[in-house]
Ligand binder design. Sequence first.
Ligand SMILES: [Zn+2]
Ligand SMILES: [Zn+2]
Length: 307
Amino acid sequence: MDLFFLGTGAGMPAKLRNVTSIALKLLEERGAVWLFDVGEATQHQILHTAIKPRRIEKIFITHLHGDHIYGLPGLLSSRSFQGGETEVTVYGPKGIKEYIQVSLSLSQTYLKYPLSVIEISEGIIFEDEQFTVEARRLDHGIPSYGYRIVERDRPGTLLADKLKAAGVQPGPIFRKIKNGESVTLEDGRVIEPDKFLGPSQKGRIVTILGDTRYCENSRWLAQDADFLVHEATFAKGEEQLAFDYFHSTTRQAAEIANQADCKRLCLTHISSRYDRQAWLELVDEAREVFPETDIAEDFKEFNIPSK
Ligand SMILES: [Zn+2]
Ligand SMILES: [Zn+2]
C-alpha cells in the first residue's frame, strides 16, 4: 500500500505544485488504484508515473471546488483510450453526478467502460471483504468530506507443520483453517483455527481529508490512523487567515494528528506563497507538535507498511 501525490498545491496550479490529486496504490491488495480528487491536469501528471489509468477502480472527490475536480472529465475520457474496460465508481458530494453528466454529454464523450457515480452523505460509503471507507463532513464553506479507509484484519499465516504433526494432510482442510473455519475430522477431532494460525495481521487505517478548517470531524476520521493526509494551506501564525478562508495551518494539522494518535502525518494543499525554503519551515513547525510529519511534494510516494 503506497500513497502517491500527483498534485499538492492549493487553489491553482503552480510551477512546483500542481492542484490536488492523490493516488492510493493498492496493487498488491487488489491490483487497483484509488484516486482522491482529480485537479486539473492530473492525467498529465499520471503520464510521468507508472500508474496505469485502467487500474483506477474508484475515485473519491472531497469537494466540488475547481482545484479538486477540473481534471475529472478529461481523465475519465482518456481512460477509454488507455485500455480501461473495467468499471469505475466515483464518490463525491451532491452535484458530482450533474458535473460529470453535463461534461461528458456536452462534449459528446462516450466511455467504453461502465461508470457509476455515487453522491454520498456521512457514514460508510463503501465496504467489501478487504476495506471499509467512511466519510464525514468537514468545515469548508461548501460541503467537503474526509475519508477514512480501514483495511480489515487478515488471518495469520497457516502453521502447516503443526497441522501435519496433528495428522492433517494438505488440501481442502488447510484452506478452511486458513480462512478461519473450524473443521471436524473423520475421527471426530475438532481442529480450531486459532491454534493453527499465526497472529492475525492488523489492517491499516489511512485518512485523507478534503479542504477544511480545524474541526472535530477531522480528529474523528484520523483516530489511530497509520497515515493521515491533512491540508496545510497556511503556516503557523496565520490561523485567522486560515479561518477566514476555511483552511488550516501546519500547526492545526499537527494538532489533529497528535490528538488522534496517528502514526504519520503528511501535509498537503500548500499555498504557492511558500517556496522550497519555506517548505522546510512548514514541516519544522508541524514537527514541534507532531514529530512524524512530512510535507507532500508532487511525485512523492509514501509506503504504508503492513503491521
Ligand atoms: Zn483546494
Ligand atoms: Zn476547497
